[in-house]
Structure formats: structure tokens, C-alpha cells
Ligand binder design. Structure first.
Ligand code: SAH
Length: 253
């Protein structure tokens, strides 16, 4: 069973999410365990202090190194296998599906979440890796940890129920997912593509492949660099990109 743990000053933030829906079911089914540690449990003063003013001046407070060193050494050293230690910072490597796939192979992961203006730089030597959720600043690392744990748990075999459902998704094979439709076939004059109602699996698969290519070319052309496309498919991608640019220009006017 995969063991997921967090270390933060707001451990109560995790439980509702980690016990709801797919996370909750996978946890009850014993596919992973989860424990949220309170960083203040590794402080030794009456006020359970975890922060201090930055050397050199500047705004706000920083998380001090001692409780973090003590907690990570203590938690990661427990149990039969050491934990893979992940810190969160906007300065980290941008989290992607590739990171999620790699982390899904770990037995035990400890996620260390910052608050305030971040952490004393010396704590990062405890990190096996530092992840960022993207080029924006959150008030704390808890949401980042929840995003990563969610993305990782749904890759654990059995978590999604249907074994196929994490295979042909966005980012698998460098393409975004194809467009999807459900009933009604006609909604206020907007029609679902006829081919999807045809029952012809080969035609449906061909349509989905084209849809994935056109959507990727329109919204995330950067992803196509790594895509394995035929000449015909590259032509489709170029047409979609050009159509996308025309749309952008129209929107700007
Ligand atoms: N002053 C720091 C930001 C601190 S935000 C800076 O400018 O880099 C406080 C905490 O929130 C961080 O320690 C980190 O754990 C978390 N956090 C904020 N933005 C994040 C992001 N984009 N990705 C991952 N964690 C983030």
C-alpha cells in the first residue's frame, strides 16, 4: 500500500478532500494510507513557534529551519522504508503528468508544505525534489500537496475502478484528450458529432485521434513537439493552428 504523508501548519485542511470521492474510496479500499502531520508538534517553546523574521530585512515571516529538520528526519526515518521527500515552492520544477507517473511508483512520500513568505533556504537539503504548481504564488503548499496527491492516487491501479480510464487521457502520448459528448444528442440546436452515435468503432477511433490532434494544435501547440504524427496529421495540426490564430485575432478585435 502506498503511504502518503504531509507536514504543514494546517493539517486540518487535508482530511475532507482525502476522504471524499475517488480519494476516499481508494483510501478505504486500502490502495493508499494518508496522514497529516502538524509541524508545531516538533516545536519546543510555549508558543509552538514555526516562523521568524528574515535576516537582511524584508516583508513577512519565514519558516524557521529547526522544526522542519526535526520533523522531516523523524517522520522520514519511521517505518520500514524511507520516505521520498517532496517540498513545494514556486521555485521548484513545474509539476506535470510525468512527475505524477514517477511518484505513483513510490512506496512512501512525505509532502512538506510552506506558508508565510516561504522557508529558510537550508531546509531544501532535506528535499528529494522541489515541485511548483506553476508560475503563480499560493498562500501555502497545502493545495499543491492536494493536487499532487490527487494526480498520483488516480494512477494507482484500481483507484479509478475502470482500468482503462487513465490510459487515453490528456498528456498521455503528448496529446490533449479528444472532445467528448453525452446525451442529449441535440442540445438547443447544438449537435453531438454523428460519427460518435454510429457504433462504428474504427470510425470513432479515427475521429477521436483527429479531435485530439486538432485540440492540441489549437490550445497547446507546444505539446506537439513531442507528438508522433503522420504527414497527414501534421497537415491537420497546421490547419487547426491557423484556424486558432484567426480566432485569436478575431477575439482581439
Ligand atoms: N515568497 C515565496 C512564496 C511563498 S508562498 C516566493 O516568492 O517564492 C508560501 C508557500 O506556499 C511556499 O513555501 C510553498 O510551499 C507554497 N506555494 C506558493 N506558491 C506555490 C506554487 N506555485 N507551487 C507550489 N507551492 C507553492
Amino acid at each position: 500500500m502506498m503511504v502518503l504523508e504531509t507536514l504543514s501548519v494546517f493539517p486540518q485542511l487535508f482530511e475532507p478532500y482525502m476522504s471524499t470521492s475517488i480519494m476516499g474510496r481508494a483510501r478505504l479500499a486500502g490502495l493508499f494510507s494518508f496522514e497529516a502531520h502538524d509541524l508545531r508538534d516538533w516545536t519546543h517553546d510555549r508558543h509552538r513557534t514555526v516562523d521568524d523574521a528574515p535576516f537582511g530585512g524584508g516583508q513577512g515571516m519565514l519558516m524557521k529551519p529547526e522544526p522542519i529538520f526535526e520533523a522531516v528526519r523523524d517522520i522520514a526515518g519511521r517505518g520500514p522504508c524511507g520516505a521520498h521527500v517532496v517540498f513545494f515552492s514556486p521555485c521548484g520544477s513545474t509539476f506535470t503528468q510525468r512527475h505524477a507517473r514517477r511518484l505513483a511508483g513510490k512506496e512512501r512520500i512525505l509532502f512538506v508544505c510552506g506558508r508565510y513568505e516561504g522557508m529558510d533556504e537550508r531546509v531544501y537539503e532535506l528535499a528529494d525534489e522541489v515541485l511548483s504548481m506553476g508560475d503563480y504564488v499560493l498562500t501555502g503548499g497545502e493545495l499543491a500537496a492536494l493536487c499532487v496527491m490527487d494526480a498520483v492516487v488516480r494512477l494507482v491501479p484500481g483507484a479509478l475502478g475502470d482500468a482503462m480510464s487513465s490510459v487515453d487521457e490528456s498528456f498521455e502520448g503528448s496529446l490533449l484528450e479528444y472532445a467528448q459528448y453525452t446525451r442529449p444528442a441535440s442540445f438547443e440546436g447544438r449537435e453531438a458529432p454523428q460519427v460518435l452515435l454510429s457504433g462504428d468503432h474504427a470510425r470513432i477511433a479515427a475521429w477521436r485521434r483527429k479531435s485530439a490532434i486538432a485540440r492540441t494544435a489549437t490550445w497547446r501547440p507546444d505539446l506537439l513537439d513531442g507528438a508522433d504524427l503522420t504527414q497527414e496529421e501534421w497537415a491537420l495540426a497546421r490547419r487547426a493552428m491557423e484556424a486558432g490564430h484567426e480566432e485569436d485575432e478575431a477575439n482581439e478585435q
